[in-house]
Design a protein around this ligand. Sequence first.
Ligand code: DNO
Length: 355
Amino acid sequence: MKMTLRWFGSAHDSVTLKQIKQIPGVVGVISTLYDVPVGEVWTRQQIKGLKEEIEAQGLELLGIESVNIHDTIKVGSPEREKYIANYIKTLEALGEEGIQLVCYNFMPVFDWTRSDLAKMREDGSTVLSYDQEVIDQLDPDKIFESMDHKSNGYVLPGWEPERMARIKELFEMYKEIDNEKLFENLVYFLKAIMPTCEKYGIKMAIHPDDPAWPVFGLPRIVINKENLIRLTEAVNHPCNGVTLCTGSLGSNPQNDIPDIIRALKGKIHFAHVRNLKHHAPGKFEEAAHLSSDGSMDMYEIMKALYEIEFDGPIRPDHGRAIWDEVSMPGYGLYDRALGATYLNGLWEAIHKENK
Ligand code: DNO
């Protein structure tokens, strides 16, 4: 595996490439063109600029998270053809620049959802948390405000203000869309882009829905082993794969993560590894990466990745806000650096045990 950190670009991230370079064992970053609106074509020039900035600090750009999918593709309206054509142009530009991993999600309207971005823990650190009862009280129109309010002034990934301003319209678009329709539209999209992915060796890695169940009555399909396998079989191509996100899939304790990893051998192109603490069904908070701080066995997760010979990029995921750091919630330097080091430690031990 290749240890990486997510980086939002110098205009949007509180963390610098120089700091990332100093985390032992981190060889690259996963980044994006944060300012390009969803659906627009990325140019080679823009991608080259990003790549060169990263390489100048001795790091590699090991993948994109995310090239987001336009809502017309998700709902399958006639305008999707234009946006699929744009997506293909973006993939071509990425391919020409040698980028071979694209993470994306197929969640309607909202990307990841949390009820609190700064839940105070006993030790004074704060974490992102989720409580279905709180979400159920919220008007979906208002959730952007409540998320934005606690974002420390950063634009949250997937919560772009220009999309959120159209939230009513977005909900309207999904009125007729159920799980099956959404799945069909996903398959349609993947089939359309696979020839381009094949040409450039670009691996598409779908990110699971977070949390792994329907929110605000919107359909959600990337939520468990069965659905992930169904998707990899529906478009059975080496470029069609998964971002194994332990935190998203693990929001539902029924999901046995090591078992999902083994079942998806060869289909996991990217891994997000983090821990959660479950309080009750539908209620959890994010934790430090360490197994004993949350509900997941991180050793078993890393062991399963080792066993399937996972060799793609991996990254620690959301960290706690600690040591007075102010950053985009979940994306500070300190706790993610601790996470990367811990995951590297587990990997080294597993590797030596297996020699
Ligand atoms: C949140 C992230 C998501 C993820 C996208 C992938 O912190 O896990 O925004 O990057 O869903 O497209």
